[in-house]
Design a protein around this ligand. Structure first.
Ligand SMILES: [Zn+2]
Ligand SMILES: [Zn+2]
Ligand SMILES: [Zn+2]
Length: 617
């Protein structure tokens, strides 16, 4: 006889009661929410928690703790601690946070649990089977598995089956939440092969197979790209507001996934040149296409299939020629499309030493009636000093400068400082560069400090204080100074220095590229589409912080992003702001210290040798 609906209801109640009872038994509790009873969140160590802003829970210092029941207001969500030394990251991230203040942290059970099968069976054994009404006793089997998702079937001895899936279906696709997250895991620099290793060691079934993974990447990419484009468009508008014009100063740089010119993939990026530099546009360049190469294997087996694949695919190859030409072509492409894409023109270009980009921009002007100005990158420019000195050191093996790499690096540093400090004044710039040579060539008999500044010159300082100064330890031998004099004649000339007048640096590009290649490491094989995923993630992280990835996850998985995803991204952003602060503070302390040290240790060779102490400016 079939059970009546009320019978069914009763049975369900019994099961529920049994479950509840067994959960009360402490030894067998399998907690379903994180550490609600535990005052310390497992996600943060106590030390880390001290780094963060304390708005809601001053004592513990983590406003994100699951036990924190204080209701959040837009003002105390995502705020960064006010600190004395802040930089561009803090500014960018705070600005993003102020736009997105939203409270999503209530659903503390919105996350995955890693649990061993034997514990699930144990849990079931503490329940009563709905059908046979005796203690459940049976088996657990996996009916269906797709990457980290699986469909579990608990079968009681009586034959009664209970099925559960371990991850939800995402909107507009049959893909599972957890597998989509596996693609976004590129954020950790882990691709498909990396996941296989990670899962292997964690004793978790292998991730989705190659085909499924590529399929998931293809599904995730359009959303990621849309968010990336929004971020870049917003950055363009911000740059226009800041400069009060739609003609922008930008820096441009290319980089390759692998060192050298054999790399198959590279990117070219244009960034705004303001203090809070952001990526405005970027192009991934590939010399080969993984689909084209993959399809070759079936070319001889089935010509039809091969052609179907080739005709259908979106080819990744967008660059012919050498890897070295990638940068030039890529940057040029970005200039060309700026009007069409953003209605802006890049009129001042801060580029590195690659002399090929500017001629291309000048010979094939991307804009009508506009000549693009090149401003040399100061960092790259000052490396000339190092290279010239190294060459001389090679020629003169016996000189004292040979083997003194530090000394040569210091000369580069002084040179850079002379340029940076006199950025807008060519006469002063020329004098300051010569002052380096004259200072180092000075002896007690022939002091030449007339162009020195007391800020870095021990002699001038001692003279001002009416003290004695001993040159013997600090000056380099005259033979060395004469040998390197031609370098100064060239690099301190008005013609050379004129190129960095009003200069700027490409530091921002370097820092962006390092984020990007940490997501797509050089030692990892990555087809173009994976580089695209990494480019999108890197642009989002660089421009707006890790938290800007949450809306992408929300959109793709149709949820609220997940409790620990939110917590994690917030944490990374806070750490980024904290480390920036720490670095700035250190630099400041060091600059102050070196002045002090110079006072006390004027006779110390190493110190005096570097009366132009790094960061003493
Ligand atoms: Zn049963
Ligand atoms: Zn192709
Ligand atoms: Zn001096």
């Amino acid at each position: 006889m079939a059970p009546t609906p009320s019978d069914k209801k009763k049975k369900r109640q019994t099961v529920a009661q049994n479950l509840r009872k067994s959960n009360e038994n402490k030894e067998n509790v399998i907690p379903c929410t994180p550490s609600v009873s535990n005052p310390k969140s497992p996600f943060f160590t106590l030390r880390e928690s001290r780094l963060f802003n304390v708005t809601n829970t001053p004592k513990r210092g983590i406003s994100e703790s699951p036990v924190d029941t204080t209701p959040r207001t837009p003002h105390n969500v995502y705020s960064y601690k006010k600190r004395e030394f802040t930089g561009p990251s803090c500014e960018k991230l705070s600005s993003y946070a102020s736009k997105t203040a939203k409270d999503h942290t209530k659903n503390v059970s919105d996350h995955y649990q890693v649990i061993h099968n034997s514990l699930l069976i144990e849990l079931m054994k503490q329940t009563v089977c709905e059908r046979c009404q005796s203690k459940w006793n049976g088996d657990l089997a996996t009916a269906n598995r797709e990457g980290l998702y699986c469909s579990l079937v608990f079968t009681c001895k009586c034959g009664h089956m209970i099925k559960i899936g371990t991850s939800k279906c995402c909107p507009q696709t049959k893909m599972r939440d957890v597998n989509i997250r596996c693609v976004i895991a590129n954020l950790a620099g882990i691709g498909h092969q990396g996941l296989a290793k990670l899962f292997g060691i964690l004793n978790v079934p292998p991730s989705i197979d190659d085909d499924h993974y590529s399929h998931t990447v293809a599904h995730v990419l359009p959303s990621l790209r849309a968010h990336q484009q929004n971020s870049m468009s917003a950055a363009v508008e911000k740059a226009c507001t800041e400069s009060g014009s739609r003609q922008l100063s930008v820096s441009g740089d290319g980089s390759w996934q692998r060192r050298g010119f054999s790399s198959l993939n590279g990117v070219a990026a244009i960034m705004s040149s303001s203090t809070t530099a952001k990526v405005l546009d970027i192009e991934r360049m590939s010399k080969k296409c993984s689909t084209c190469i993959g399809a070759l294997s079936i070319k001889h087996v089935s010509r039809e299939k091969y052609e179907a694949i080739i005709n259908k695919h979106n080819c990744e190859m967008n660059h012919t020629g050498s890897s070295g030409a990638m940068e030039v072509d890529g940057i040029y492409r970005l200039f060309e499309r700026s009007q069409h894409l953003y209605n802006v023109q890049y009129v001042n270009y801060i580029g590195d030493g690659d002399a090929k980009i500017l001629p291309k921009l000048l010979n094939n002007p991307p804009y009508d009636n506009i000549t693009i100005n090149k401003i040399e990158d100061i960092n790259h420019f000052s490396k000339k000093m190092l290279h010239r000195l190294q060459k001389i050191a090679q020629d003169l093996k016996q000189t004292k400068i040979d083997g003194k790499n530090d000394m040569m690096t210091n000369f580069k540093y002084y040179y850079r400082q002379a340029v940076v400090r006199n950025k807008t004044n060519l006469d002063e710039m020329v004098k300051s560069v010569w002052a380096i040579w004259k200072h180092k060539a000075s002896t007690d008999l022939e002091p030449h400090h007339e162009w020195c500044s007391p800020i870095f010159c021990g002699f001038t300082k001692a003279w001002e204080e009416d003290k004695e100064y001993d040159h013997t330890k600090h000056s380099l031998p005259l033979a060395v100074m004469n040998a390197i004099r031609p370098v100064f004649t060239e690099l301190a000339s008005r013609a050379t220095l004129n190129r960095v007048l009003n200069g700027s640096s490409e530091n921002a590009n370097e820092s962006f590229h390092s984020i990007l290649w940490s997501f797509a490491p050089k030692n990892r094989y990555s087809p173009g589409t994976i580089i695209d995923v990494c480019v999108a993630l890197a642009v989002l992280v660089y421009n707006d912080g890790y938290q800007s990835i949450i809306p992408v996850v929300e959109q793709l998985t149709g949820g609220e992003g997940g409790y620990y995803t939110r917590l994690g991204m917030e944490r990374f952003d806070k750490l980024r702001v904290y480390y920036e602060h720490k670095k700035k503070r250190k630099e400041d302390v060091r600059a102050k210290m070196s002045v002090e040290e110079r006072k006390q240790q004027q006779d110390d060779d190493e110190q005096l040798d570097d009366a132009y102490l790094p960061r003493a400016y």
